[in-house]
Unconditional design. Structure first.
Length: 176
């Protein structure tokens, strides 16, 4: 009986020491875990200040919008690609694709640590061959791909309006 009590006491002490060591190590690990641990948000251009605690993620944006990156690792790059998405159509050619550095600082600031902001203009994209939804606009898929990073792909699907400038027909002289 005495031996069991000693064994139980020893096991309890070992377990408590293990839990204590995890509690000490956890804050260091939690501030910047490895992998693609950042967040991407779609936002209307100039709607929210960059200090706004309400980090937006808008499913419908205007003709100019931003993609905001939060909590990515220092020096992390990503290929940023916009594709047309059903029900607006399909294509093997992206509307836009470019590799960018998405963070120039560590992720120690956590999920609200804004790293980079990129602004895009829908008018720069050729949407003429795709189907505009009458009440929604065009359905677009954003893909963020970080090569060599565990969990290195993120996606967002959202709507953009028709931003083409309509041409005004000119009347011939003397006609109405």
């Amino acid at each position: 009986m005495r031996q069991r009590r000693r064994l139980g006491l020893a096991l309890s002490s070992a377990a408590a020491a293990g839990v204590a060591s995890l509690a000490i190590a956890t804050p260091a690990l939690a501030t910047d875990p490895a992998g693609n641990n950042g967040t991407v948000k779609i936002d209307n251009f100039d709607v929210d200040s960059h200090n706004d605690p309400n980090i937006a993620n808008r499913p419908h944006v205007g003709c100019d919008f931003q993609v905001r990156f939060f909590g990515f690792d220092n020096g992390q790059t990503a290929k940023i690609t916009f594709d047309i998405h059903e029900p607006s159509g399909t294509s093997t050619t992206p509307l836009y694709s470019k590799t960018e550095t998405v963070s120039t600082d560590d992720a120690a600031g956590g999920p609200n640590d804004e790293d980079e902001v990129f602004t895009y203009h829908v008018a720069d994209w050729d949407l003429a061959n795709y189907k505009e939804q009458p009440k929604q606009g065009y359905h677009v898929k954003l893909t963020i791909y970080s090569e060599g990073v565990p969990g290195g792909v993120k996606h967002k699907v959202f709507w953009v309006p028709n931003c083409e400038t309509p041409t005004t027909p000119t009347l011939a002289h003397g006609t109405r």
